[in-house]
Design a protein around this ligand. Structure first.
Ligand SMILES: [Zn+2]
Ligand SMILES: [Zn+2]
Length: 93
């Protein structure tokens, strides 16, 4: 995939913040400039986003911030607790 939007705005020699090569676009999460080798492309609805490798390591190749993952896990845990509670109530009646 080479569909990264080129960096415009009078910065033709913008450098990748990871390896220092010519950057091909900004990271969708931290807005840091990265080259094609130092980012991971991820589907985010209709568009494809580039996430830099430091961000991928921190929170996975997703456009959603890390707290959203945490919220998802909390939701799963709550769902499990609710399921157990329902089963307990059902067994008691
Ligand atoms: Zn790079
Ligand atoms: Zn980033």
């Amino acid at each position: 995939m080479s569909s990264l939007v080129p960096v415009g705005g009078g910065a033709p020699d913008a450098r990748c913040k990871v390896c220092g090569k010519i950057a091909s676009g900004p990271c969708a999460r931290c807005r840091g400039l990265v080259c094609g080798d130092c980012c991971e492309l991820t589907e985010g609805g209709a568009t494809t986003f580039a996430i830099c490798l430091p961000c991928v390591r921190r929170g996975g190749a997703s456009i959603a911030p890390a707290w959203l993952h945490l919220l998802g896990w909390l939701g799963l845990v709550m769902l499990g607790i609710a399921a157990v509670a329902i089963v307990m109530l059902w067994l008691r009646s």
